[in-house]
Every structure is written in structure tokens, then in C-alpha cells.
Design a protein around this ligand. Structure first.
Ligand code: E4P
Length: 212
């Protein structure tokens, strides 16, 4: 399973990349706006740290998305063009497949959207589970449905579990065989920790020091 970080903050990416567990980054316009830094510069710095950096198009029509897809993909070979799940987005995915541009389809909320994006040639699809949970649904049921469908075909499209909110989301996604999880920085910080690890280290150090 690959771990991506859901952020537009380069320092956060550098910190977790140093753990040796980071395979990529997913940015989106909201995350980029929050950091207030130059988009291209941010993407390029991240491309030096990890092999997959999702850069999202902001156009909503095919011509505009196509132009941005061409531009972003020319920046660095690690760029993955993020395209929203619309009919204009589907045309863009198909265009990118023809041109060998890697894509990540964002804002997936149903299995039918997942199927369409895969058929249009998406390299990655991103079902948003936290937002489904927020809306009173069970986002993990969608991941189970998609993984069941994927097990019956030979899609090359990877399933990226997005909008993750807590450690259980990551474990459940892994148990279902999802290919990628994108994880916000705050959640990343929780994953290595366990109170029994902390108290265990404290006791080892104390016992060792008592005989020095
Ligand atoms: C994924 O690529 C998105 O950037 C992200 O997971 C959205 O998560 P949110 O629902 O926490 O905004």
C-alpha cells in the first residue's frame, strides 16, 4: 500500500519523506490557497522529494483542463494531473491517456463514477470517504464496493482512499486492499504513536540507567 500526504506544505512533506514511508503527495486548490505560496514552485519542490505529486486543474471545461494538463505535466515527470469527476473531466482523462500524462480523478463519491473514470483511462481514482462519513454515509462501504469490482477486472487504475480523518480509516483501507491512502499531516503524526510504546521506552531507559 502506498502512502501519500494530503497537503500543500513542503516542510510537512520533507518531514515525513525522511521517515522513508512517503510515496507521494496530493494537493488541491483549497490546500494550496491555505499555504499562500506559489503553486508551481510548491509542486516542483515536492517533486524533488517524492515520485508522485498530484496537481489539480482549476478549469472546469475540457479545453481549459486540457491546457492545464499539458502545462502541469511539462513541469516535472513526477507530476500527476488531478482532474475532477465530471463529463468534461472524463474527456480530459481520455486525452491524457492518449498523451501518456498520468492522472488522478478527484471528487469520486460513487462506484459508477469510479468505473467511468477507470474506463476513461485514469491512472488513479480518489474516492472521498471522510466527506461521505460527514454526510451521514459510510465512506468505507464505497471502498469495499470499488475493491470488489476491481477484483473482477484488470483495471490498471489505482484506488486512492482520500479525505481520511483518523487511523482506523487507514487500517480499514489497507484491509480492503486499496492501493493508496492519502493522509493529512496531523493524521500522519498519529500513526507511529502508541502509549504502550512510550511507556515501554521510558521503562527500558530507566532500568538501563539504574545499573550504570
Ligand atoms: C484528495 O486528494 C483530497 O485533497 C483530500 O483527501 C480531500 O480531503 P478533505 O475532505 O479532508 O478536504
Amino acid at each position: 500500500m502506498k502512502f501519500f500526504m494530503d497537503t500543500a506544505n513542503v516542510d510537512q512533506v520533507a518531514e515525513c519523506a525522511a521517515w522513508g514511508v512517503l510515496d507521494g503527495v496530493t494537493t488541491n486548490p483549497s490546500l494550496v490557497a491555505k499555504e499562500g505560496k506559489d503553486f508551481k514552485e510548491t509542486v516542483l519542490k515536492m517533486c524533488e522529494l517524492v515520485p508522485n505529486v498530484s496537481a489539480q486543474v482549476t478549469a472546469t471545461d475540457f479545453e481549459g483542463m486540457k491546457k492545464q494538463a499539458d502545462e502541469y505535466s511539462s513541469w516535472h515527470k513526477h507530476v500527476v494531473v488531478k482532474v475532477p469527476m465530471t463529463t468534461e473531466g472524463l474527456k480530459t482523462l481520455s486525452y491524457c491517456r492518449e498523451k501518456g500524462i498520468r492522472t488522478n480523478t478527484t471528487l469520486i463519491f460513487s462506484a459508477s463514477q469510479a468505473l467511468l473514470a477507470a474506463k476513461a483511462g485514469a491512472s488513479i481514482i480518489s474516492p472521498f470517504i471522510g466527506r461521505l462519513d460527514d454526510a451521514g454515509e459510510d465512506g468505507m462501504v464505497l471502498i469495499a464496493e470499488i475493491m470488489e469490482i476491481w477484483s473482477q477486472y484488470n483495471f490498471e487504475t489505482e484506488v486512492l482512499v482520500a479525505s481520511t480523518r483518523h487511523p482506523r480509516h487507514i487500517i480499514d483501507a489497507a484491509r480492503l486492499g486499496a492501493h493508496i491512502a492519502t493522509i493529512p499531516y496531523a493524521l500522519f503524526q498519529k500513526l507511529p504513536n502508541h502509549p504502550l510504546t512510550d511507556s515501554g521506552i521510558e521503562k527500558f531507559v530507566k532500568d538501563w540507567e539504574s545499573v550504570q
